[in-house]
Design a protein around this ligand. Sequence first.
Ligand code: TRP
Length: 333
Amino acid sequence: MTKKRILTGDRPTGKLHLGHYFGSLQNRVQLQDKYETFVIVADWQALYDHLGDEKGRAVGQNVRECVLDNLAAGVNPAQATFFVQSEVPELAELTMIFQFLVTVARAKRNPTIKAEMISSGLVDSSAAPQDDAGWDQLADKINCGFLTFPISQAADILFCKADLVPVGEDQLPHIEQTREIARKFNRLFGETFPEPEGLVSATPRLRGLDGNAKMSKSLGNTINLSATPAEVDAAIKKAFSGEGHALGEYAELFGVDMKQFEKDGVVQMGKFKPALAAAINEFLEPMRARRAEWEAQPAKIRELLDTGRDRLRGIAQDTLAEVREKMGLKYKF
Ligand code: TRP
């Protein structure tokens, strides 16, 4: 029996952190045996709010970081296939076609687009629109690629007819939009695309070091997967420990019994925090070892992406041949 397929991936806008690991990477690692797994490095997606700025210019570096982070986390290139979005240009053609299936109103209604408008700095979260009309006006300010990146993400997922998409919770609206696109295409042109399922992890959203509801690089409250032991120690030492802190959640995740550090019902942070930092460091240690191996042979990362590109372009070309045929975009005179 052929294996079912997973497609998932990341925007290369910086180093991946523990939130990414528990939100999505862990599922990739756990499911790569059972599913045929494809991992996309979505470089076009890094540009919609970073064109020409520092992060936009760092995209090359971040593509490498992103692959390294995945390899370090335990995504095994003998089982999973890595590829870079822009190196499979067939994805642009499929995006072009899918754009005809989505109204502008539907594109504007994607809640993740709204959240991204805020995190990209277009509007302060305290000044976020209160109603649809306000959002509508705001959406007039973003570029077309920003508005339609979820449609391009649908192409990322559907070109290989993925069955399952392990993602962080914030990505679920994109999966919903992808399913709508698949349904609409199938209705108009005949059964072509399966409707993929999103898969959210047991820890869909890891809290930040500052106690914020989300660990996020734009909030600067992360522990990167590539953090050194000293960086982990310092981050935990500095972590917010007041009302509503995230440390209990971390303790549970990394198997530290917080109760053990209580005295008269109060957690002794001076003792608990070093124990937590040690547990996180122990968890990251095998990742550090794998990362060091790959860092020592940079040409291998390029090789792995070359292989992935060739394989995935083949798959994309087959899907597009089918799509063009079904749409009547095939001219023999
Ligand atoms: N939008 C995803 C993120 O921000 C990255 C991504 C691009 C993706 N294409 C995808 C994720 C397809 C899952 C499936 O992390």
